[in-house]
Design a protein around this ligand. Structure first.
Ligand code: HEM
Length: 246
């Protein structure tokens, strides 16, 4: 039977600090969003394209290099083979080493099969470019986070093992509601409402998908400023060269 109400709702538009030609990331929000990704989303979602050194890069969350190094060392990554070419220790466990600045965030699952097996057959997508990949970007991510637990319209069927979320195409999503009030304790004391966590993680993922946004906006500003000055200069030269000519 055809289910009604399967068209997704348009995302709720937010006033993001990074919108517009002068937009910059709210560093506090990027840091809080990193905390949400780390403590919640990273249980299922990889962030393959982000390296630990990005956390202390210009235009990012604004961690110092020392802080980024500490964050990196808190992760265990599969170590390179030892001098005998082994990757497993005596007990048959994968040899690991602490992360360094040059490493990228390690994925939660070793491969797609393992990821699907842990998620009822569904694949949690990599989040590196999620804020670019979906229509609505950060608004979509924010809305998706708030879209759980809403009343299911009469006549709509929630499939087995799935959850109703009106912002998701088809409205049946395999992701369990990830955010709950008070789920993280923000280091800066921001009250951890679901809205605040959603806004923070959407900001963090927007930054992850475009770490060069601030540099791009700055360059754009310089280019326009130069063009305005140059136009003025050209106009003055024109007046001088053509002075007194018919
Ligand atoms: C899908 C975000 C936590 C499992 C997604 C999608 C986004 C997302 C943006 C893609 C939706 C789309 O395709 O349009 C997040 C964020 C999280 C989080 C920001 C943390 C706050 C989790 C956790 C799990 C999980 C903890 C596992 C318990 C999944 C699965 C899908 C998915 C299985 C695929 C859904 C489907 O195709 O039906 N998530 N997620 N997510 N997520 Fe998450």
């Amino acid at each position: 039977a055809a289910s009604t109400h399967s068209e997704p709702l348009p995302p709720q538009t937010q006033n993001w600090s990074f919108n517009g030609v002068f937009g910059t990331y709210d560093k506090g929000a990027v840091q809080r969003g990193f905390q949400v990704y780390k403590e919640v989303c990273s249980a299922c979602h990889s962030l393959n394209m982000v390296a630990f050194h990005d956390l202390s890069g210009k235009g990012g969350p604004g961690f110092s290099e020392a802080q980024a190094r500490v964050i990196a060392s808190g992760y265990n990554l599969p170590a390179e083979p030892n001098e005998r070419g082994e990757t497993l220790d005596d007990k048959g466990n994968r040899i690991t080493r602490p992360g360094v600045l040059a490493d990228h965030f390690p994925p939660p699952f070793p491969n797609e099969q393992a990821a699907r097996a842990a998620n009822g057959g569904a694949l949690p997508p990599d989040l590196s470019l999620m804020a670019k990949a979906r229509q609505g970007g950060p608004d979509y991510i924010y809305s998706l986070m708030l879209g759980f637990g809403q009343p299911v319209p009469h006549g709509f069927t929630v499939q087995e093992g799935k959850y109703y979320n009106p912002y998701f195409p088809g409205r049946n999503i395999s992701m369990p509601p990830p955010l709950h009030p008070g789920q993280v304790r923000f280091a800066d004391g921001t009250p951890p409402t679901v809205e605040a966590q959603a806004k923070a993680v959407a900001t963090f993922l927007a930054w992850a998908s475009e770490p060069q946004l601030e540099a791009r906006h700055e360059t754009g500003f310089k280019v326009i400023a130069f063009l305005v000055l140059f136009a003025g200069l050209l106009f003055l030269s024109y007046r001088r060269i053509w002075h007194g000519k018919p």
